[in-house]
Design a protein around this ligand. Structure first.
Ligand SMILES: Cc1cc2nc3c(=O)[nH]c(=O)nc-3n(C[C@H](O)[C@H](O)[C@H](O)COP(=O)(O)OP(=O)(O)OC[C@H]3O[C@@H](n4cnc5c(N)ncnc54)[C@H](O)[C@@H]3O)c2cc1C
Length: 449
């Protein structure tokens, strides 16, 4: 038995790592010369810039992986202030509540909304087909939480629109709490916060540390090899890469696509056209990540938090910004501050497509207004554009999920953020589970062996 894995983002890398641990032969093909996919750290002009994820949830799987890779000394938890998040309201930033006590003293919600939030435990559970996140929160916590909490949170984390994302797909844990305990609040009380609110971490030299460390351990990783065609012969998969003819002849019992939906669709066009069509329906909105540096003395805001979220109701330009230099040391010089702004996502697609110079100027002007910045120009600015950013767990993803499940009978598996959940920690957890599932399908050794 040999497994072909296409794509060495965190999903493909983690899967290859766990298969290798189980002694299952595999080949991992990556189009780029570099591994990590969305996880990209760049060093420029003395700054450490994250072009993808900024912080990872330190889940038990990630902690174990970090230990096995001997990366413990490289891990940096977010600074204490990172527990706070700010939200834009009437042009100013206000702290979002991070505990039941701060919920009551907080000025973001009216007293009517606060009371309604506390009554959530008395709202009977309901199973509603295709319920969106907005509908779920309105039903359980009342309409007052949508504009200034749910909307900016979903935009900041998923680049998504809560009125389109399905709650059981995008926030399965909350739906599970409703089903299990009859209430989200009761569910949160039953489970210690540590179990769900994992600490956020990065690495001294940035996120790229993790994929690079996994890649170093792999014995069958082939970078710079874009897979161009997948065919089947007597139930076996044949992988074709024109960069080298070598893999044309290799046959694989199982195929794992660790790819975004679009390139996966292209590869399945001839073998599984129905699945290819379903994959084309998954929406990835465009997004630009903008890094902006100022001299500390020119910024009036204390920046004591993870960053700021921007609700749609405020008509912002960026969906929000991470205060990178408040979270981790070594991102810029000590007398400077570094902002990582996200422009785009499902609610602000047109903004992401703005001309580069204009986009960077709009980000600077918005940072200036919202953070009390006195400088006319940033010390440094950099923009990275993604045509396809984060897959949206909306109605259009349902078919692909359903078909992916069925194709497992054919030896075709998925390890990718459009199936596993979008966070890096979800991708790692899913890859580990998939490695064990594949292991169970391993033929029993014959007596002669
Ligand atoms: C801007 C942004 C910010 C984010 N922030 C966070 C965060 O703070 N925390 C968090 O947990 N998550 C965050 N995420 C989500 C997370 O980064 C992704 O969900 C995750 O990295 C996806 O990994 P993947 O391996 O599934 O896919 P990808 O990273 O997309 O990897 C797919 C790989 O397949 C390769 N490939 C494509 N076509 C072929 C081919 N034909 N042949 C061979 N190889 C091919 C690609 O080169 C790529 O390396 C963020 C995402 C974005 C875009």
């Amino acid at each position: 038995m040999r497994v072909a894995i296409v794509g060495a983002g965190i999903s493909g890398l983690a899967l290859a790592y766990y298969l290798q641990k189980l002694g299952i032969p595999y080949d991992l093909f990556e189009a780029s010369e570099h591994v990590g996919g969305n996880i990209k750290t760049m060093q420029e002009s003395g700054y450490l810039l994250e072009l993808g994820p900024n912080a990872l949830q330190y889940t038990p799987e990630l902690e174990t992986l970090v230990r096995e890779l001997k990366l413990e000394q490289e891990v940096v938890p977010t600074a204490k202030a990172g527990h706070h998040r700010y939200v834009l309201r009437n042009g100013n930033y206000e702290k979002l509540p991070d505990s039941p006590f701060s919920l009551l003293s907080n000025g973001i919600f009216s007293w009517k909304t606060k009371l309604r939030i506390l009554q959530e435990k008395d709202v009977p559970p309901a199973d509603i087909d295709y319920e969106t996140i907005t509908q779920f929160f309105e039903r359980r916590f009342g309409p007052g939480v949508i504009e200034y909490a749910v909307n900016p949170f979903i935009s900041g984390v998923y680049g998504g629109d809560p009125s389109r994302l399905l709650v059981h797909k995008a926030l399965p844990l909350l739906k599970e709490m409703e089903n299990r305990y009859g209430s989200v609040l009761k569910g949160l009380l039953k489970h210690p916060v540590s179990q769900f609110g994992y600490e956020n971490i990065s690495f001294v030299k940035g996120m790229q540390t993790l994929p690079n460390a996994i890649a170093e351990k792999l014995i069958s990783l082939h970078t710079g090899l874009p897979v161009e065609m997948i065919t089947r012969n007597q139930g076996k998969y044949i992988i074709s890469c024109s960069a080298t003819g070598d893999y044309d002849t290799e046959e694989y019992t199982m195929l794992v696509l660790a790819l975004p939906a679009q390139p996966a669709a292209e590869l399945l066009h001839y073998t599984f056209p129905g699945m290819a069509a379903a994959l084309q329906n998954i929406h990835y909105p465009p997004m630009s990540v903008v890094h902006t540096v100022y001299h500390r003395r020119d910024v009036n805001h204390v920046l004591d938090g993870f960053g700021a979220l921007h609700p749609k109701a405020e008509c912002p330009f960026a969906a929000g910004a991470v205060w990178s230099s408040s979270l981790f040391d070594g991102r810029c010089r000590p007398h400077e501050v570094l902002f990582t702004s996200f422009v785009g996502g499902a609610q602000y697609e047109a903004h992401a497509l703005t001309d580069k110079e204009k986009l960077m100027e709009c980000v600077h002007q918005e940072l200036k207004e919202t953070h009390g910045i006195t400088a006319d120009k940033p010390v440094f600015q950099h923009m990275y554009f993604m045509e396809h950013s984060i897959p949206q767990y909306d109605l259009y993803i349902e078919d692909a999920h359903h078909m992916a499940e069925q194709l497992e009978q054919e030896g075709l598996f998925i390890a990718a953020n459009w199936q596993a959940g979008v966070s890096v920690s979800s991708c790692i957890r899913h890859a580990k589970e998939l490695a064990h599932k594949i292991n169970l399908k391993r033929p029993a050794p014959s007596i002669a062996e």
